[in-house]
Design a protein around this ligand. Structure first.
Ligand code: A1D88
Length: 257
């Protein structure tokens, strides 16, 4: 990987930590950040030693305060569509990543920043974090998948309330809505995400990958989730992890995946 300007990347104990790092702009997502993120995702997708990913924001104030508003000031309709299409590409990549990705939300997660967190497989937020989709206050709507993924997680009524009002909510509210998985003190945020990954790492990697694929198919418009589940379930039977998992159960020992 070339030197990165807007991301810090650390690999440790099978986890890749990606930190959005434009602290002076509250880690707002600009074109360069998206380019760098694509490169990092390519790298970790191919890295057999990386089993899971944690994304977070630099500093104490923001996870990501949205897409970089200053970059869109002069866009027309065609350019707006292109911006959303390329944003969708990166968000879909995270959503469909075959290693678990957890957002550790350390502060403001707004607009495109919350949409990125919603694309992750799970979300843990600091008790002080604020979450919102304030695009209506800019004359926009969420454009990186937020109208769909928020609705999937919290239902149409809550998604309408959040998106149409543009208001922020606390992490406790987000937890009660089902938008995030856990709330922690800010100092415990990464360790909570690591704890979740630690449990997942003890399980079969082929099963984890198959489960992500089947769960994601539940809201796909192109495929039937039940059919994907049947296919992925069937594929597990040809895998060494199945032989090991079942043998370990019969022999009353822990499986070694
Ligand atoms: C498809 C996706 C669409 C979108 O994502 S649209 C964007 C949605 N996001 C937002 O609308 C949030 C914009 N930001 C804010 O409302 C505020 O910030 C906060 C409430 C998060 C924090 O307010 P405060 O504590 O007063 O900080 P500050 O002085 O506003 O921000 C510090 C610096 O960060 C820059 N910044 C913050 N958010 C963005 C952003 N989303 N795009 C570009 N820059 C941003 C500011 O401008 C400023 O910088 P400088 O000191 O140079 O003026």
């Amino acid at each position: 990987m070339n030197t990165l300007e807007n991301l810090l990347v650390k690999k440790q104990s099978h986890i890749c930590y990606i930190t959005f790092s434009r602290e002076q702009q509250l880690n707002a997502l600009n074109t360069k950040t998206f380019e760098e993120l694509s490169t990092v995702l390519d790298d970790i997708a191919a890295d057999q030693d990386i089993w899971g990913v944690i994304v977070t924001g630099a500093g104490s104030k923001a996870f990501i305060a949205g897409a970089d508003i200053k970059e869109f000031q002069s866009l027309d309709e065609k350019e707006g569509r292109l911006l959303a299409t390329s944003g969708h590409g990166v968000m879909d990549r995270i959503y469909n990543f075959d290693k678990p990705v957890i957002a550790a939300i350390n502060g403001f997660a707004l607009g495109g920043g919350l949409e990125l967190a919603l694309a992750c497989h799970m979300r843990v937020a600091a008790v002080s974090a604020k979450l919102g989709l304030p695009e209506v206050s800019l004359g926009l709507i969420p454009g990186y998948g937020g109208t769909q993924r928020l609705t999937d997680l919290v239902g149409r009524g809550k998604a309408m309330e959040m998106i149409l009002s543009g208001n922020m909510i606390t992490s406790e509210e987000a937890l009660s809505w089902g938008m995030i998985n856990h709330v922690t003190e800010v100092e415990d945020l990464l360790s909570k995400a690591e704890e979740i990954l630690g449990h997942i790492f003890s399980r079969s990697k082929t099963s984890v990958k198959a489960a992500i694929r089947a769960i994601n198919a539940s809201i796909s418009k192109e495929e039937n989730g039940y059919e994907v589940e049947v296919a992925e379930f069937g594929k597990c039977f040809g895998q060494p992890d199945f032989t090991e998992g079942v043998s370990a159960f019969v022999e009353k020992r822990k499986p070694k995946f």
